[in-house]
Write a new protein. Structure first.
Length: 135
């Protein structure tokens, strides 16, 4: 149950150096023709709401990955993609908490989803984002 008040956490954008090194890594992987899959893991709904600037994080990640056809983004940290409100899927997390961890049951659900998505990605070998709207 959502409490009336809880701590919310701001997204802190990556410093320039980390983003630059990440881009260099993606360039190397593209040159070597490696398929890259970046996965945003699901968080408990309370944690999801507490990290209220998640869209900004995903937008930054998308901007970094967008130039690379070999990079795919799988975003499972959305209520319409994964049942973030199912307490059985999480060991911890909640309102005012910065992160959470999947339970065995939640891990099995995610593994099935991930396996299906990886089959699709590796079958087509072209870059795109699943579960994320590109701007």
């Amino acid at each position: 149950q959502r409490p009336p008040r809880f701590r919310k956490f701001h997204y802190v954008p990556f410093p320039g150096g980390e983003g630059e090194w990440f881009l260099k890594l993606l360039q190397e992987l593209e040159r070597d023709r490696v398929t890259v899959v970046l996965v945003s893991l699901p968080n408990h709904i309370g944690t999801h709401v507490s990290n209220f600037q998640r869209r900004e994080f995903m937008a930054d990640l998308g901007r970094l990955a967008r130039p690379f056809a070999n990079v795919h983004i799988l975003d499972y940290n959305r209520p319409e993609r994964f049942d973030l409100g199912n307490d059985e899927y999480f060991l911890d997390g909640g309102y005012g908490v910065t992160n959470s961890h999947l339970s065995d049951k939640g891990s099995r659900v995610l593994n099935r989803m991930l396996a299906d998505d990886l089959r699709e990605i590796l079958g087509q070998r072209s870059g795109r984002a699943r579960g994320q709207k590109r701007r």
